[in-house]
Design a protein around this ligand. Structure first.
Ligand SMILES: Nc1ncnc2c1ncn2[C@@H]1O[C@H](COP(=O)(O)OP(=O)(O)O)[C@@H](O)[C@H]1O
Ligand SMILES: O=C(CO)[C@H](O)[C@H](O)COP(=O)(O)O
Length: 553
């Protein structure tokens, strides 16, 4: 007797450096096939594609065609790898880094693709890690404090330079022509869904966490006018009915079917954020269960039935992760990125040659060399702020620091000190939640950094708590596939789909009491440096940043 081929969904995760498509069995979340497509232009940080015109420090752009190419190349390859026919696919969902925003025309065409704008930097998509709008973010916070905006507390008292308003205000100030031509200002998370269905759709997750949409609305015109007279109608570029997560945004258009190899009419789920969608994959939806998605950056996502204003959190949004609960987000803007910096700048040629000879990454080589020494053996304490501080200080013009360097300090010592610093940064975040009355009862990790077992054990020792793992290397894509199953009607809601399709391994890393005690002492040193350089003890980091100039390399 022939059995029907299994129903599957496709999850497409758009990360910072690449897009990954994953084919998943609806019945139990089995991962049947996957494919990755690296963005052709990667992260545009120094010079504009085409013209080559130089970009100032702290810029990070992306090219929308790179995202379309993920649909074109990774989706069909994932289907082929899974041995799945298009008619088995009952739904597709996407997730994106956020706040990755772009100016588009009313039909969704990116301005960077419109004649006359291809050489204007502000016409391009601003990646989440574009930190050049810090002055605008500082002004937004000042104006919100002075005018008593109630929504400021929902973001821990700060609005990030990474989010929609600071980035848009920077465009208005530096290229008003682009600002005026931008009929819509849209998250890439929604823009990619628009490419799949042919119609605009907006999700409540990015609107809430990155677009200051709280209690049913955006900031009012009176507040926006405080920032710039021409900013008064900015939210008109955002206004659109917001869709609940896990619902259908529409059906796959004929054009998108040709692009992806899927059937026209396949259900397309509402867009979502790479971090928030992963909670479903990790079965981390219940109150008090914190999920850390550890990659280029780290995002901390946790649901609660308690609403509190946690200092320095990225935001709290009703239904922001799952309907019926308050979804909290915190984060560290540089984690894998900070370690990549150490690999680029601290590893001597002989280390690179050794890694190649042994057949491991330089990350792995530095980790192996660093792992043996006792806690504190390197005599270093670092601040993990090379990409600024997202939580709890929300200041992207802070910078990194390594204290204790001597002539004996080795590259692996620096690498290990930075691993420890990122763990200390996570501990600061957990303590901020608990001090604000939002308990953190479970900690689960996901993301590319799980491959580093020493790093994960260090986190268990620094946090002093066991660490669960999301048992998938494709957390966001699996989470998206789960949302697609709900949107396609295979499950009544995200919770039941997560219970059936999600995967978690509990207490994979358990803290070692001796190392916990040793790290408590180092953490006290970290906190002293954190508060001194991050809370006004010495503003030297801002003064040094003001002296930085554009790279000529
Ligand atoms: N062995 C390793 N140990 C620690 N970090 C690593 C290792 N290998 C790669 N990385 C870091 O992982 C980050 C990429 O994370 P990943 O989750 O794969 O991508 P994304 O952040 O785009 O989702 C990079 O910043 C890289 O420096
Ligand atoms: O802030 C975010 C989510 O709210 C970004 O999506 C995240 O920080 C970047 O993603 P990644 O580290 O996986 O590249």
């Amino acid at each position: 007797m022939t059995t029907d081929p299994p129903a599957v969904t496709v999850g497409v995760d758009f990360g910072t450096l690449s897009g990954r498509a994953l084919v998943v069995a609806v019945e139990d979340g089995r991962e049947l096939g996957t494919a990755v497509h690296e963005y052709t232009h990667g992260v545009v940080e120094s010079a504009l594609p085409g013209s080559g015109s130089r970009l100032p420090p702290d810029w990070a752009l992306q090219v929308p065609q790179d995202w379309r190419d993920v649909l074109r190349f990774a989706v069909p390859r994932a289907l082929a790898a899974a041995g799945v026919r298009p008619e088995q696919v009952v739904g597709i969902a996407t997730d994106f880094t956020a706040c990755t925003v772009l100016p588009v025309t009313s039909d969704g065409t990116p301005l960077s693709e419109v004649a006359g704008f291809a050489e204007r930097p502000h016409a391009f998509a601003k990646l989440w890690k574009h930190h050049a709008a810090q002055p605008e973010a500082d002004e937004i916070v000042r104006a919100a404090e002075e005018s008593g905006q109630g929504w400021l507390g929902r973001y821990g008292g700060k609005i990030s330079s990474e989010w929609q308003y600071a980035k848009a205000l920077q465009v208005l100030r530096e290229d008003p022509g682009v600002y005026a031509a931008a009929e819509r200002w849209i998250e890439a998370a929604d823009w990619i869904v628009w490419q799949l269905t042919g119609e605009e759709n907006r999700n409540l997750c990015t609107a809430g966490y990155k677009g200051i949409h709280q209690d049913g609305g955006y900031p009012d015109a009176g507040f926006l006018a405080l920032l710039h007279p021409d900013f008064v109608d900015f939210t008109a570029k955002l206004e659109f009915p917001l869709s609940q997560l896990g619902t259908a945004a529409g059906k796959l258009s004929a054009q998108a079917a040709a692009l992806t190899g899927l059937r026209e009419g396949t259900v397309v789920a509402v867009g979502n954020v790479d971090a928030h969608v992963t909670s479903a994959a990790a079965r981390a939806l219940e109150p008090g269960h914190m999920l850390a998605i550890m990659g280029t950056s780290t995002c901390h996502i946790m649901n609660s039935d308690v609403l509190a204003e946690v200092p320095g959190m990225c935001g709290v949004v009703r239904d922001g992760v799952v309907p019926g609960l308050w979804g909290y987000e915190a984060g560290q803007s540089g984690v894998g990125d900070v370690l990549a910096w150490a690999v680029r700048t601290c590893a001597p040629h002989e280390y690179v040659a050794e890694a190649r000879r042994v057949g491991v990454s330089v990350h792995e080589l530095l980790t192996r060399k660093a792992a043996a020494q006792p806690v504190g053996g390197h005599g270093l304490v670092a601040l993990d702020w090379h990409s600024g501080n997202r939580s709890v200080l929300v200041d992207h013009h802070l910078s990194g620091l390594i204290l204790g360097l001597t002539l004996d300090t080795r590259p692996e010592d620096i690498y290990r000190a930075l691993v420890e610093a990122t763990a200390f940064g996570t501990r600061m975040i957990i303590e901020a939640f608990e001090a604000s009355g939002v308990p953190v009862e479970q900690f689960t990790a996901a993301g590319g950094l799980l491959k580093n077992t020493f790093l994960m054990q260090t986190y268990a020792d620094v946090l002093g708590r066991p660490i669960n793992l999301l048992a998938s290397e494709q957390g966001p894509a699996l989470g998206a596939a789960i949302h697609a199953a709900v949107a396609a009607g295979a499950y009544p809601d995200i919770r039941s789909a997560s219970a059936a399709m999600g995967r978690i391994e509990r207490s994979v890393y358990v803290p070692d009491p001796a190392r916990v005690a040793a790290y408590d002492r180092l953490y006290a040193e970290y906190r002293t440096l954190h508060d001194h350089f991050g809370r006004g003890g010495n503003d030297v980091m801002h003064r040094l940043r003001a002296l930085r100039t554009a790279r000529e390399s």
